[in-house]
Design a protein around this ligand. Sequence first.
Ligand SMILES: Nc1ncnc2c1ncn2[C@@H]1O[C@H](COP(=O)(O)OP(=O)(O)OP(=O)(O)O)[C@@H](O)[C@H]1O
Length: 880
Amino acid sequence: MSRKCEKDTQSNNSLLNYFAVLDNASQISSPIPSQIKIPELLEDDGSSESEGEMFKSDTHVRVLEGAGDWKAHRFSEEPFPTRKGEVRMRNFNDLKLNDEELNGVLSQRMIAWSISNLQRVPELNFYAYVKLSLEAKELTDITAIKKYHFIQYLDLSFNKLTTLQPLGDLPFLQYLYVSHNELENLLDFKAPFYLTYVNFSYNHVKKMPDLKDFWSLVHLDLCFNEIEKIEGIESLRFLSHLDLSHNKIQVVENISNLRLQTLLIRSNMIDTIEEEGKGVGISTLHLIRTIDLTYNNISSLRYFEGCYNLETLIIAANKISSLTDIYCLRSLIHLRSLDIRDNPICCLPYCMSMCYRTLEHLHELNGDEVTAKKRVMSKFTPNVEYTLRARLDRMELLLLEQMNQPMIGAHVVPCDFPPPPIILLAGPPGSRKKEIAFEFAMKNPKAVLGVSHTTRQRNAEEVDGRHYYFVDENKFDYLLKHGEFMTVSESYGFRYGISFRELAKATTENKVLVFYTDLSAALMLKLMNMCPKIVLALPKREKTHLNWLKEKYIYQFINRDLVLIRNCPACVREVKAVELSTEGSTVSSESTIASTDQNTSPASHDYLHSISGYIEGAGFICLHSRNCFTMGQKPSYGKELNEMPAGKFDIVNKESHVSQCKTCCIGYTDASTETTERCDKCVQCDTLAGSSVNSKRDVHKGISFNNSLDSFEKTESDWSDPLQDVIHKSVSDSYLLQVTNSSKSANITHRPLLSVLSKAQVHVNETDSAKQETIYMTATETFDMLQQEHLKVFLEDVMDNRQQLLELHNENIGLFRDVIFTDEIDDALRRLKNILKYTIKNHIISKEDFNIKEDPVYKKMIDKKLKKIGMLQNVHSKKN
Ligand SMILES: Nc1ncnc2c1ncn2[C@@H]1O[C@H](COP(=O)(O)OP(=O)(O)OP(=O)(O)O)[C@@H](O)[C@H]1O
């Protein structure tokens, strides 16, 4: 910018006056400081004259004695309005600047041409200009400003300043504008007495120093800097407006208990907000009215739960994803405007309805007006199914209690203590809620795990009494009839129950009980007014959940727990459908294999043929011909192999004899033919081999069939069944080769079975290892495909359950206290810890029984009476 330099010779009376005042003032050492004291903070009772005033008027007057009209600590968003009192002598543009001035050195000439607003100076009864606007003058040196002690309003924005040291000589400075400079140090000058307004935006501040000397700050604008941490403002008791937008802040901290009314921190990198607790956190800002946190990474609205005066919350473009967060805002009765645009939560179907229903005082949502019509139209479809089921279960329990002799225990109402605090992790199967619960209980001594009873079998890694109390059906029935259970529910064919005795853990140890159950058990506890804090626990992504399920249930299945899958309602439905469709056919394996488990549906045994075998250590595998298979420990499922029908193929059998068919060189087990060299089937197969399809002979290689299967072996068309096709294919030579190769790069679903198979000792034909390998691969592949088919049904069922729970959560806000993602363990544990803290804080601790003798009123009354009859002195004297 080039300006012509021209010397100003015009004198100005007012200006001279001003300098005279300055000269006088500079002679007086410390003209005001001795009289100005930092006033004590008084609550604003609304009686103050101006809106920004924060002192009681009498204090104000006392403090400002001698300050005349200056009203030093008054704050107004629009100070020195131009139309009022503005006396500007010159137009700065008419001033011709010299070289020095052009190089950014401030001169008195420049000041004289920019100063305005004549006001009376305190104490001296002189007048002085108090407003100086020097914006966009390319200034680098402002030393000349030092002499102008009475400046109250200073605008130095759009310059090239790197320091503000000279401002230390302006004790009356109240309004400071230094935006768009090159300042790296925030307020690096001696603090004026009443600096109230600072605009420090668009500079290069990286670190906030301790601003305790600038105690009088009311408005601090620090947007567009490079600040990484909020600090140094803890003692700014009058700070009402703080703008930290467009910085590099990650955590909202050190703002607790400030009297902020506006907090703007948009476009930072905030993912954490100091949590409430011990008087810290955003909830301690009791006067806060506006918060803007747009463009950050905040994932919850719970931080604002305690900001009771909040009117506007702008939190667009963050990571809020849960509808429970909306529920957290329900107590903010002053909340008029909420902006949650561009958050994942907005994609949820009930988001808007939830806001309309939960936030009754809202006038504006995401920039749109909230009308009565919108509120009325908001959809609400509560899912009553779950509640109904829980009610029915609860009713059943009550009936049982009535019909049998109930157990009278400490829990029976009316009882001495309130229900113990309970946190309950509810989620679909395979969601690893158990793992989270264990870890949580381990890390938090205030939490204790509640153990449920179950009729399901124990897994290898589970401990009786720690994971569950494993009981049989009879024991479970016994406990149920004797009123031991608070909840009972069935999940995939097994029964689960929470006993009253578990409550004792919480009451005697004074801890919070943590259970992991399904939702119906949780609802039953709710129906009993146990007030559990129900937390929905599930992996965030469906894919992860599916993987976990596969991993868990394939292993369980191989070990012992297939019945879980077999009894999955969807599977039972499917089996029944197959049963119906094959009615009348000759297929029946009821005679071949019968389960000793009474829980299993008979339907699932009906189609047991195709492949079966006994794998050492793994139990007895049976692959059904139609998308269904069973597997389990030998004692539970299936008869001894030697009881199996002739021709069953035996992969490994340590108990029964392994024979070898001389024709096909494959081992088989056949009780009736164990001593013969050739089984009946082989004879039969030879016949087939000689006559028609060669592959039928191959079939015998991999799989031998029981009698009943002959019926579908006879016609070619039977192979058109996709599953049979698989079996058919799996034994063709080329396919065998293919399978062998592909199995080498087997994917994860192969592994569990492969590992079991590889451990198995095979006594088939040791001389023909290639064939042996082929058998494995064939069986594995076939098994795997069938397994996948079957698992698919199970997985679909669980995924349905997952979906239902999520919908329920969306529709019934508040039902779940929180949602935790079990694949984000740290976050899940943190959330649970918060709930634990909340639960402990809000739990009504049982009070001791009322003791009349300790009651002060009673004592006083007795004393009075004793005194009246002259006995008190005697009592006291006796005591002495
Ligand atoms: N006390 C209970 N009342 C009702 N249902 C229960 C109870 N305890 C467990 N369940 C349910 O029984 C089913 C099987 O539980 P189990 O612990 O065997 O496996 P899981 O749920 O797959 O385990 P995880 O979720 O820890 O991976 C689950 O759906 C679970 O919610």
